[in-house]
Write a protein that binds this ligand. Structure first.
Ligand SMILES: [Zn+2]
Length: 109
């Protein structure tokens, strides 16, 4: 896959609203798509790649990728409260378990 920078539509639909929402635009760029990276709630991410992967996931496929995304999201937002953290971690554990099941199902494709 070649590097495809954010399209005008993506800038308009993804980057602009993000800037308006108060996310901080960083000086670093995404190695995948060249879009500026953003920081919000202590999490650094590429809005364009996230947007693209969401778009790709309208179908039933890519469950594993979806789970991974959720896992990353959870890992990036650990609560300080111990009780909440425990819940958080048990959800992450379940997701990891599911991903493992998925991988064995797919049989090393
Ligand atoms: Zn990107």
């Amino acid at each position: 896959m070649g590097v495809v920078g954010p399209t005008e539509e993506e800038i308009r639909k993804v980057i602009m609203p993000l800037m308006l929402s108060g996310a901080k635009m960083l000086e670093r760029h995404c190695p995948k798509c060249g879009s500026p990276l953003f920081e919000k709630d202590g999490r650094v991410f590429c809005p364009v790649c996230e947007h693209r992967s969401r778009e790709r996931k309208t179908g039933a496929g890519d469950v594993e990728e979806r789970l991974m995304e959720k896992l990353t999201e959870l890992a990036g937002s650990m609560p300080d409260d111990i009780a909440l953290l425990e819940k958080h971690l048990s959800v992450m554990e379940k997701i990891i378990e599911l991903i493992g099941k998925y991988r064995s199902l797919e049989g090393g494709k």
